[in-house]
Design a protein around this ligand. Structure first.
Ligand code: ADP
Ligand code: MG
Length: 368
């Protein structure tokens, strides 16, 4: 698969303009709402994406990510709110600049490249002027495909095609690059390489990069700034460290860092649950009101103490330099704990999982 990509360009492909604007551009969504029929898909979302950075729109399927990209690309008129590029209104208030005026380039998942054109001609497709072949060659070199000019798309691997598509998207020197779930169907190592490449290009060219993803790992790796959406609404935005370390909701805490939910009761400074009692000193973030809570526990925020009266280890899995130990409570509830391989824990041993200080999050449990 190749990525869906929309590019917006408001200025001529001119090196000088590019240098001047590098690092200064901002794409801003202001109070954007969007409905399909009577169904509200996006509700009052405001965010800013900056040049030279990757802004990730993150959230589960159906939360409105693609809708926001389509609005930014001018593929649908803005119903409510405004979209501005460097303080200039490009969508909203009845002023919706047409996609072709934005020099919008679209690359679909399937057939993103023209099969009957060489790699160089694919990249040069949207360019004009006598130096367009030279420019295509330059872009291909930038994405690590120097020498591939005369090849045809079907002779390339999926990842190479993806890089050609990235070069082509960059060719008209767009101000904004929009990626919709770009690497969803590629294998892990390839995805990692392509992410790094896209990131580097966005930085280097001072482009405003917006990447849609529902993969928390991808988002943590790629983003300079993360916008978490839930049911069309913005739930939290911030740097990857902020989202990971100070999650605003139980769901966000659980999605980033492989969090596990553990129902507990909080009273007298202790959390009581199926794996025993934990002191409130293990808590990160605000203290909950006493009563039922959901604890979010990440595998790397727990330690195992060997204890004959503890809980059985039912499985041990290798996870690179660490291993993941599965511990089971009497009722069958499981907890994954990440420990060093040198800890030497074996299935059948009994252990007590204990959180590291400030390692877990607690959120009030409303349903009762
Ligand atoms: P995401 O990209 O996060 O999966 P979308 O922006 O595609 O979310 O969709 C948001 C919501 O709007 C979903 O409930 C989806 O079913 C609905 N939706 C999206 N496109 C259309 C459409 N063309 N017509 C009707 N409903 C749509
Ligand atoms: Mg989508």
């Amino acid at each position: 698969m190749l990525f869906n990509c929309i590019c917006i360009s408001f200025s001529p492909a001119d090196k000088h303009t590019k240098q001047v604007r590098a690092g200064s551009g901002v794409l801003e969504f202001r109070n954007i709402s969007h409905a399909y029929g009577d169904r509200l898909a996006v509700e009052n979302v405001s965010l800013k994406a900056r040049a030279g950075e990757v802004t990730c729109l993150f959230g589960p399927s159906g939360c409105g990510k693609t809708t926001l990209l389509r609005l930014a690309g001018g593929l649908m008129p803005v119903q409510a709110g405004e979209i501005l590029l460097d303080d200039e209104l490009i969508g909203g208030k009845g002023r919706d600049i047409a996609p072709e005026k934005r020099a919008v380039g679209l690359v679909f998942q399937e057939g993103a490249l023209f099969p009957h054109l060489t790699v160089a001609k694919n990249v040069a497709f949207g360019l004009s002027g006598p130096d367009k072949q030279a420019k295509a060659a330059e872009l291909l070199a930038l994405v690590g495909l120097a020498g591939f000019e005369k090849r045809y798309p079907h002779t390339l691997s999926g990842g190479q095609q993806q890089r050609v598509a990235l070069a082509r998207a960059l060719a008209p020197e767009p101000r904004v690059l929009l990626f919709d779930e770009p690497y969803a169907s590629l294998d892990t190592q390839l995805r990692r390489d392509l992410r790094e490449q896209a990131r580097r290009m966005i930085r280097r060219t001072g482009t405003i990069g917006i990447v849609v993803s529902h993969d928390p790992e991808e988002v943590l790796e790629m983003a300079d700034s993360i916008v978490v959406l839930e049911e069309g609404r913005l739930r939290q935005s911030g740097s990857p460290a902020q989202i990971h370390d100070q999650p605003a909701t139980e769901k966000i805490a659980a999605m980033f860092g492989n969090g596990q939910l553990l129902p507990a009761d909080y009273s007298d400074g202790a959390f009581r649950h199926v794996f025993g009692d934990w002191s409130a000193t293990c808590l990160s973030g605000p203290e909950p009101v006493p009563g039922p809570v959901s604890l979010v526990v990440r595998p790397d925020a727990l330690e195992l103490v060997k204890d004959a009266n503890g809980y059985p280890v039912v499985d041990v899995r290798l996870a690179g330099v660490t291993m993941t130990v599965h511990v089971e409570a009497p009722g069958g509830e499981g907890l994954r704990v990440s420990v060093a391989r040198s800890a030497g824990i074996e299935p059948g041993e009994r252990v007590r999982p204990m959180p590291v200080p400030a390692g877990i999050f607690a959120f009030a449990r409303s349903e009762a």
